[in-house]
Design a protein around this ligand. Structure first.
Ligand code: 13P
Ligand code: SF4
Length: 330
């Protein structure tokens, strides 16, 4: 079947100085062809557009994507996710090209925690170790002792000796959640995700009242008021497993709605209601994740750019805390 892109998108690509896409091609088929020619693997996060998820070799949460990147035999990694995820794949594969469809696909948590500021912050607590959530830049990873993700943060903190003091950066909501689950006190960097902080507990309560059989499931990046009400809290893959294994059939989903594509595919007869944001906007969608499109995915493979580049020293320093995470999650 022929796939076309709208002319505004095509013009935009032309203005950006990129050779335009031949509108007669089937982009999906071209991506599959390029993947074979390049011996590439396409890794995608659950928040990507459904058409990208459908094409990916592997879809996962941040930990699973890092594990896949660490183990891949492919020559090229094409990362359909955000910048810090592609950077992580590069740190784990310094000799392989890692392509990201749009280099502007950032993350509010990473942007809200610049390495020089975190370095100063850390100097105030010389006897603390620094555990950083993977949603941070490679420079922040290079400053850290251990990295964690939403699926292993509690497990990792529980492995740190009781007497060892901890700074947790950059997500204060995940940090608070980990403190509660592990019973450990931690110094928190005050960062937050613009998407998960947008969910309104008032609107969620109304939705629960209107759908009394629905369970509320939430990502730990949500605010405390939402988490206090949740029937299950977990990473994106945790949420997906929970709804699949549950005998219940209705769920209010307090995370980016991109995950609902996989929930619905695995559970066609269950009902998934996206949790509403505070205002009447689309701000429950991650604006960074949604910068990647099928067209940009095709272009990055056709042109073999944009590619993630990192300085040698940062590559070396950021590998250690990532390897510690992978070891501690086994
Ligand atoms: P997960 O690791 O749970 O997929 O979370 C990544 C993320 O960016 C959530 O906003
Ligand atoms: Fe970052 Fe939030 Fe987007 Fe996840 S949803 S990538 S934490 S901005």
């Amino acid at each position: 079947m022929e796939k076309t892109i709208n002319s505004t998108k095509a013009n935009k690509l032309r203005f950006d100085g990129i050779k335009p896409i031949d509108l007669s091609i089937d982009i999906t088929e071209e991506i599959k062809k390029l993947k074979k020619e390049m011996n590439a693997v396409i890794l995608a996060h659950y928040y990507q557009e459904s058409e990208i998820q459908d094409l990916a070799d592997f879809i996962g949460d941040s930990l699973q994507l890092s594990q896949q990147a660490a183990e891949t035999k492919a020559d090229v990694i094409v990362f359909a996710g955000v910048h810090f995820m592609a950077e992580t794949a590069k740190i784990l594969n310094p000799d392989k090209p890692v392509l990201l469809p749009d280099l502007n696909a950032g993350c509010s948590l990473a942007e809200g925690c610049p390495a020089p500021m975190l370095k100063k912050f850390r100097e105030k607590y010389p006897d603390h170790i620094l555990i950083s959530y993977i949603n941070c830049t490679a420079e922040v990873k290079a400053l850290s002792d251990i990295i964690c993700t939403s699926s292993n943060a509690v497990k990792i903190v529980q492995q740190i000796p009781e007497e060892q003091k901890i700074i947790f950066a950059p997500d204060r909501n995940l940090g608070r959640y980990v403190m509660k689950k592990s019973g450990r006190d931690m110094v928190l960097w005050q960062g937050a995700c613009i998407v998960h902080e947008t969910f309104s507990d008032k609107k969620i309560n109304r939705l629960k009242f209107e759908n009394p059989d629905a369970l509320l499931i939430a990502h730990p990046e949500c605010e405390e008021a939402v988490l206090n009400n949740a029937d299950y809290i977990g990473s994106t893959s945790g949420l997906l497993n929970f709804v699949t294994e549950s005998e219940r059939t209705e769920f209010i989903v307090a995370t980016e709605p991109g995950i609902i594509h996989q929930m619905q595919l695995r559970n066609p007869h269950k009902k998934f209601i996206p949790a509403p944001p505070e205002s009447n906007c689309n701000c429950n969608e991650c604006p960074y994740m949604k910068l990647n499109t099928l067209e940009k995915l095709y272009l990055c493979m056709r042109d073999r750019k944009p590619e993630i580049k990192l300085e040698e020293e940062i590559l070396k320093k950021s590998l250690k805390p990532l390897e510690r995470m992978l070891e501690m999650s086994r």
